[in-house]
Design a protein around this ligand. Structure first.
Ligand code: PGA
Length: 247
């Protein structure tokens, strides 16, 4: 059985007073039957990790190297040192804003595994790619290129995030989500074997909110969500966690 995961990506949002949201989430979901993860911006990470009890804390990126002359970067080991257990890698905003390639993401994932982090590896097509009926080819290439051979259901989570659904309020139909999630599952089973392939958790991400969470969580091979905007407050994230717990 795959344990469900409600993951929040705060992106470049959040300052010390926002740590109160962690207290509120823990009060509301202290005995939830699902895993809860929040990935705050790096400056908030250690303070959030010190405050959180049940909620796991993660980074939003890491460097492929363990240390060295890389101004502005953070290594996987540093995230662990700050209290992180997870790291988001290959988010489309990193791929676009920082030109990250599949090779970069794979190297970062290797570093994350070595440091003992769980990597949440993101894949997803643009609107143009979907309209050109290239979605599954794009996903296939990103999975092959971004995931190291040493990945398994313990050290990796895969997030399907259609680029056109992120922060836009647009959400694919449940059929479209199911098609891609079933496809990702089959690709993982083909590459890693049925046992490992079936153990990897698959998250959907892109404009998930309280009002659409239950129908998304009813889709086959959806094991949770990676949530941006609606993870910033306990009020907005809480109904998503409740829907996941009930699914
Ligand atoms: P969103 O972002 O929920 O604000 O659409 C999702 C993400 O980028 O992970």
């Amino acid at each position: 059985m795959r344990r469900k995961l409600a993951a929040g990506n705060w992106k470049m949002n959040g300052r010390a007073p926002d740590l109160d949201q962690i207290d509120a989430l823990e009060a509301a979901h202290g005995d939830a039957g699902v895993d809860i993860l929040i990935c705050p911006p790096a400056p908030l990470l250690s303070r959030m990790a010190e405050r959180a009890r049940k909620i796991a804390v993660g980074g939003q990126d890491c460097h492929a190297n363990a240390s060295g002359a890389h101004t502005g970067d953070t290594s996987a080991d540093m995230l662990v040192d700050a209290g992180a257990s997870h790291v988001i890698l290959g988010h489309s905003e990193r791929r676009t804003d920082h030109g990250e390639t599949d090779d970069d993401v794979r190297a970062k994932a290797r570093a994350a595994f070595e440091a003992g982090l769980i990597a949440v590896i993101c894949v997803g097509e643009t609107l143009g790619e979907r309209e050109a009926a290239n979605t599954l080819d794009i996903i296939s290439g990103q999975l092959a290129g971004s995931i190291p051979d040493t990945a398994n259901g313990t050290n990796m989570v895969v997030a399907y995030e259609p680029v056109w659904a992120i922060g836009t309020g647009l959400v694919p139909s449940t059929d479209q989500i199911g098609e891609v999630h079933d496809f990702i599952r089959s690709k993982l089973e083909a590459r890693f074997g049925e046992g490992v392939g079936r153990s990897v958790r698959l998250l959907y991400g892109g404009s998930v909110k309280g009002s659409n969470a239950a129908e998304i969580f009813a889709v086959s091979n959806v094991d949770g969500a990676l949530v941006g905007g609606a993870s910033l407050t306990a009020d907005a994230f809480s109904p998503i966690i409740t829907a996941l717990d009930a699914s």
